[in-house]
Design a protein around this ligand. Structure first.
Ligand code: F0G
Length: 368
């Protein structure tokens, strides 16, 4: 292996490349696009894979934990990977408008890419259950927001029907191009590590992302880019765990509103990924999610949203099952800034307020 190749495996050659073209251009050969596909991009992808020393230490036994920080995509979540594909293909097909149901991130991403591509974006959201940052994004990107007195699952049924009856493209993860785009995160992990990890820990909502990762890992494996496949470890919030309990949940509840989903559409694909990879599904409580969320913030310097912290919460809960010396990747799906309320309510920071504006007071409060 040449020095250049070694460096590529160690650091991922494109990670810091200012000319990164976006993931469709970068992984064209692996995606269903042609010369005539108009590429709608915000230069998504190439997100960092960070070593997590504090989490690794908690896991112990020389197990190395990495975080795939997909909250650093253009709209702050992994959805951009799927949306660049779904919107480019919709544009190629001459579509003028797109629609989705969303717990927030899909709506932000759909709105950004659709508007960039000159299309209308309709988004159905569960009223009162979308984090503030995500709603702000949908509005500023120019989406037409339809808030329903119902949950995500009900919203998804409606958009499914609408897209069947009217000329509008559905961009939820039932749209196959979404998963095609999202599989590139698995490519990036292998490009970075030089092989697949032993475990992949990922939060599950509608279960599109776990299915996309599995697709990506398999494709690279078949092409000889890795010599193993990871165990796919999918985590759900305890109050919203239809896959863990193999059921449908009528009224899902969790602090992690992004994954507040009771009837995931990609159920079969996710179960297949779990079974074929010898993986597992497990639930984590809201308390466990918040604990991991705080560890990531205060010990790793990484602010992710609560749903994303479910991957680390799950890892910490199952750490005894991981063989020593393994490599584990936890996917951090969304940026913490999306849900500032959650951070303001759940932190252990010292916040001294109402202080007199002079040096003496400040120094005293600081303990000098
Ligand atoms: N993490 C975050 C931050 C999400 O927004 C989602 C899903 C997931 C994990 C779960 O991914 O559905 O592919 O299993 N959010 C969707 C939305 C449902 O509408 O933004 P999944």
């Amino acid at each position: 292996m040449s020095i250049r190749q070694k460096l590529f495996h160690r650091f991922g050659s494109r990670k810091k490349d200012p000319n990164w073209p976006g993931l469709i251009e970068a992984y064209k050969a692996w995606l269903p696009v042609s010369e005539s596909t108009p590429i709608i991009t915000l230069k998504e992808g190439a997100t960092p894979l960070l070593e997590a020393k504090a989490v690794s230490k908690r896991v112990g036994r020389n197990i190395k934990v990495f975080l795939k920080y997909d909250g650093l995509n253009p709209t702050g979540s992994f959805k951009d990977r799927g949306m660049t594909m779904a919107i480019s293909k919709a544009k190629e097909a001459g579509c003028k408008a797109v629609i989705c149901a969303s717990t927030g991130n899909t709506s932000a991403s759909a709105a950004a890419y659709a508007r960039r591509g000159g299309m209308r974006a309709f988004v159905l959201i569960p009223d009162g259950y979308v984090a503030q940052g995500k709603l702000a994004q949908a509005l500023i990107y120019g989406a037409e927001v339809l808030a329903i007195k119902g949950n995500f699952d009900e919203a998804l049924e409606i958009v499914n029907e609408i897209s069947n009856q009217y000329p509008i493209t559905l961009v939820n993860s039932v749209n196959p191009f979404r998963l095609e785009g999202q599989k590139t995160a698995a490519f990036e992990i292998i490009d970075s590590l030089g092989n697949a990890p032993d475990w992949l820990c990922i939060p599950m909502g509608n279960a599109g992302n776990i299915s996309a990762y599995w697709m990506g890992f398999q494709e690279y494996f078949k092409a000889g880019k890795s010599n193993k496949l990871p165990k796919m470890m999918g985590f759900q919030a305890s109050g919203s765990a239809p896959l863990v309990n193999n059921t449908i949940i009528k009224n899902p509840e969790t602090i992690a509103t992004a994954i507040r989903i009771g009837n995931p559409v990609n159920r079969e694909k996710a179960v297949n990924a779990k079974n074929k990879s010898n993986g597992s599904f497990l639930d984590v409580t809201d308390e466990e999610i918040i604990k991991a969320y705080k560890i990531l913030g205060s010990e790793e310097g990484i602010f992710c949203e609560p749903a994303s912290a479910a991957s680390v919460a799950g890892l910490l809960k199952t750490k005894q099952d991981i063989p020593s010396n393994s490599k584990v990747v936890c996917v951090l799906t969304g940026n913490g800034l999306k849900d500032p309320d959650c951070a303001l309510k759940n932190n252990e920071a010292l916040f001294h307020s109402n202080l007199e504006p002079n040096m003496k007071t400040i120094a005293q409060v600081m303990g000098f």
